[in-house]
Write a protein that binds this ligand. Structure first.
Ligand SMILES: Nc1ncnc2c1ncn2[C@@H]1O[C@H](COP(=O)(O)OP(=O)(O)OP(=O)(O)O)[C@@H](O)[C@H]1O
Length: 602
């Protein structure tokens, strides 16, 4: 990589403006830019920033310096006595750090090729630092290619460093030597160092992301909080506002400022911008030790949270598995016939969600839907309280009444509830559909004398059983995909994906909290995962280890975990898994059945 031109070429260009035919395009263009700056060609050295300004610049570029530290230290040691030096510059071309051969560094001092020296093209004409920054591309400038005569003894190779989060150039790495021989290797070397530094920046970003999420979780984020967690660039890490982001603009939600890459991760400035844009919001800086890394924005009174637009509709619920499709169709027929429907199933299995979807999709969808929690019903509630209002509204217009856990209705108010239901059945202007939700068998309560027969018979015109998640393990992939696709963070890095091994673990778990437990887990992973690909190690420990929460693993748990590991390692191949475990294929099938693990491919 010798110089493309000779000293006479430079002199002729300076004196006559004639362009040497062999000059490289990037050098020629840079000369034209440099020529426009009076007197640059005659400078003895680059200008220098004052000591306090250098300190300030180093502070502002702390992340860049931190990311470059390891690479610079290693390389500096290698360059000792190698006739070259390594320089780290910020995006304005000011050298922040220097390392390498001490004799070469001493020679560099003469031209201010040392920390504090300003090497942008405007300051000192064509040179690798300034030209690479101007082009935002790696550049080599050798000998007389430098526009300023006093620095024509140097050969330099520079490669810009970009922020992996925003793509903006943060600074640059440069290798300088008085010899042209070092330049070829220096060019490759500087590019590879810049890549290493970008990798280190990526990992710093990852750690900051994790710390931000940990901070939010330790602060305790209730579902009802309207908070946004932003990283140092103003990019959203997490938001409780399902519609935050571009779609929220102009839809009644808060107007969110755009991410601010131009602030280069300056959290203080970002906070000021947020406060100006959202004067009603609380803006708190989140720090990791002393280093500010992001913001928590608490949106005060931004209006009611819109009902989640991703609440599953009947088709979405039916689409999560063959059994669910049948259940939905049956429940739909019952509702269309106007028969009182009792939805039975364990806690969190989706009874209320299905009841609401049946209303929204049914013949009464234009009429009100009222939901009563029967465990909270008392005399007062049914004689003038909220429950009476609900019954009155339904009496006036008709609609759907959801009764949650009717078995929990206090004995004293059961007659009043029967009365209200009778009044509704007889007196309502329109049709009233009653849907009850129960996680305990109502017939048992009837048998125990804890539920009045007239109430029982009014509610259970037709009974539909909703299975718990443990009974529908084969539906898990579809359910997980549905939940992941509706997490608010999906816009920032895509929906979560699960490795086959992680999915097997999910399918082997018992899910005592059913869909609620699954939803919470997916939302938590979505908020905390940076890579968006979930493997076994990312799952909650009780699920990852294949044991039930809250107790020590038993022999069965360990056997189950071993089978799952073998299945994952063999990619679901049954013959391979059986061989690996040292059992016959039929024994493996039996054990899978026993542990409720769906069969993979043979
Ligand atoms: N089909 C579905 N797809 C995705 N998520 C669902 C589905 N059904 C329910 N969920 C989610 O699971 C959680 C529990 O649902 P829901 O309240 O309907 O269950 P439930 O059986 O009525 O619970 P409980 O008996 O404890 O009141 C909710 O967060 C809901 O969003």
């Amino acid at each position: 990589m010798a110089e493309s031109i000779q000293k006479e070429d430079w002199e002729r260009f300076r004196a006559l403006g004639s362009v040497p035919p062999s000059i490289r395009e990037i050098v020629f263009r840079s000369w034209i830019r440099s020529q426009a700056r009076d007197g640059v060609h005659a400078l003895r050295h680059a200008p220098c920033v004052a000591g306090n300004e250098l300190n300030e610049l180093r502070g502002r570029n702390a992340r860049l310096r931190q990311a470059a530290q390891a690479a610079v230290r290693r390389t500096g040691y290698m360059l000792d006595d190698a006739g070259a030096m390594l320089l780290l510059a910020d995006r304005s071309g000011v050298i922040l750090d220097a390392t390498g051969d001490s004799r070469i560094r001493a020679r560099g001092e003469e031209n201010h090729l040392h920390p504090g020296g300003r090497w942008d093209e405007a300051a000192i004409g064509t040179n690798a630092i300034g030209t690479a920054l101007h082009l935002a591309k790696p550049a080599t400038i050798s000998g007389v290619e430098h526009f300023c005569e006093a620095i024509q003894r140097w050969s330099c190779a520079a490669a810009p460093i970009s922020d992996p989060r925003t793509g903006r150039v943060l600074g640059l790495i440069n290798i300088s030597s008085p010899s042209t021989d070092t330049l070829r290797r220096g060019a490759a070397f500087s590019v590879s160092l810049a890549l290493q530094i970008e990798e280190a920046l990526r990992s710093i970003g990852l750690q900051e992301h994790q710390r931000l999420v940990d901070h939010l979780l330790s602060r305790g984020v209730g579902r009802g909080d309207e908070v946004m967690l932003l990283n140092r660039h103003g990019q959203q890490v997490w938001s409780s506002l399902r519609d935050a982001g571009p779609d929220a603009r102009g839809s009644g939600g808060p107007v969110l400022p755009d991410p601010a890459p131009e602030l280069d991760g300056d959290v203080g400035q970002l906070a000021e911008r947020m406060r100006a844009a959202l004067p009603d919001a609380g803006v708190d800086i989140v720090s990791d030790g002393k280093d500010p890394i992001g913001l928590i924005v608490t949106l005060a009174r931004v209006g009611r949270r819109r009902p989640a637009s991703d609440a599953p509709d009947l088709a979405a619920i039916a689409g999560t598995g063959a059994a669910m499709a049948g259940i939905c169709a049956e429940a739909q027929r019952i509702v269309e016939a106007g028969v009182a429907l009792l939805l039975k199933g364990p806690t969190g299995c989706g009874k209320e969600t299905l009841a609401r979807a049946l209303h929204a999709d049914g013949p009464l969808s234009d009429l009100p839907l009222e939901a009563l929690d029967c465990s909270l019903l008392d005399d007062l509630a049914l004689r003038g309280g909220a429950a009476t209002d609900a019954v009155l509204r339904l009496t006036e217009r008709g609609g759907t009444l959801i009764l949650d856990e009717p078995a929990e209705t206090p004995a004293a108010v059961q007659p009043l509830l029967v009365q209200s239901l009778t009044q509704l059945a007889r007196g309502a202007e329109g049709r009233v559909q009653v849907i009850s939700l129960s996680s305990v068998p109502l017939s048992e309560r009837l048998g125990e004398g804890r539920l009045r027969p007239d109430l029982y018979f009014r509610l259970s015109g037709a009974v539909v059983h909703l299975p718990g998640l443990a009974e529908r393990r084969e539906d898990l992939p579809a359910l997980v995909a549905h939940l992941a696709a509706h997490c608010p963070e999906r816009r920032h890095g895509g929906a979560l994906r699960f490795t086959p091994a992680a999915m097997l673990r999910l399918q082997a778990h018992d899910w005592p909290g059913n869909l609620r437990e699954l939803r919470n887990m997916v939302e938590r992973l979505s908020a905390t995962s940076f890579s968006r690909l979930i493997d076994v190690a990312d799952l909650p420990p009780a699920i990852a280890q294949g044991r039930r929460a809250g107790r020590e693993p038993t022999l069965r748990d360990r056997e189950r975990a071993e089978i799952l590991d073998a299945l994952a390692e063999c990619g679901g191949n049954m013959t391979g898994t059986a061989r690996r475990l040292g059992i016959s294929r039929s024994t493996l099938y039996l054990k899978l059945e026993q542990y409720g693990v769906p069969r993979g491919r043979r």
